[in-house]
Design a protein around this ligand. Structure first.
Ligand SMILES: [Mg+2]
Length: 241
């Protein structure tokens, strides 16, 4: 776009465009009730901490997404009951995962408008972590599929992963902007690469996705209060060359 500082805009999906974390919170609550019935006398915080620890240990094996989460719940159920969890309870966890996979997608307020507006002026890319089938199905169900020229479902969001995507699309990092709710995944790695990053806070974000933005990298960092401010922020960026 002539006169623009940006050639390519990428958006995160979960907890940026649509609700996601609340589904995991609800699943954790159901899991807690299931364990209580199975005779596990542990506090909700205790069980949560155990799930988190298991999920982080499992990330290198199973990555992000509902499938990985479900395996972590099964593993946690086996550990917390010292192997006594019933097969029917394990089946309930599998059912829980299937329900999460098929839930309707609910967009945040203002998303449709801002995505339509940006898509009229820029090529848009969706960059999301998680299960390939689930993430692409959610995009289809969201009604936003036609707004995105490119879709990247990745295993992790590191500077190297972003660099590989940008080189494949022939885009300079300094002319790339990523917006999302995760400081760890959507903001810091893009700033480290020399790109622009907008943090769109979510009401709920998984604790793992928090990070501090290093002071030295704040030059291309733009926090906003809500996703509706994205187009204003982008208009205010000055061309870098
Ligand atoms: Mg997200």
């Amino acid at each position: 776009m002539r006169g623009s500082a940006i050639d390519l805009i990428a958006l995160d999906a979960d907890d940026t465009l649509w609700h996601n974390e609340r589904s995991y919170r609800a699943a954790r609550e159901r899991f807690g009730r299931l364990l209580a019935v199975a005779g596990v006398a542990r506090s909700a915080d205790d069980i949560d901490a155990h799930i988190n620890e298991t999920e982080l240990m499992n990330l290198p094996y199973f990555g992000y997404g509902v499938s990985s989460f479900a395996l972590s719940l099964i593993e946690s159920a086996i550990a917390l009951t010292e192997g006594r969890i019933a097969a029917t309870d394990l089946m309930n966890i599998v059912e829980l995962a299937k329900e999460m996979m098929s839930e309707p997608v609910e967009l945040f307020a203002g998303v449709r408008e801002v995505v339509d507006e940006l898509a009229a002026s820029y090529p848009l890319m969706l960059i999301t972590k998680g299960d390939l089938l689930h993430q692409t199905a959610k995009l289809d169900r969201s009604g936003l599929r036609s707004c995105f020229r490119f879709v990247e479902v990745v295993s992790q969001k590191t500077p190297a992963v972003y660099a590989e995507i940008l080189s494949r699309h022939g885009t300079e990092p300094s002319r790339f902007l990523m917006a999302g709710n995760s400081l760890r995944s959507d903001v810091v790695p893009v700033l480290q690469l020399g790109g622009w990053a907008v943090h769109v806070p979510a009401h709920l974000t998984w604790s793992h996705e928090h990070a501090d933005v290093p002071e030295a990298l704040t030059g291309r960092y733009r926090p906003v209060a809500a996703i509706g401010e994205l187009s204003t922020v982008i208009r205010q960026l000055l061309p870098t060359h």
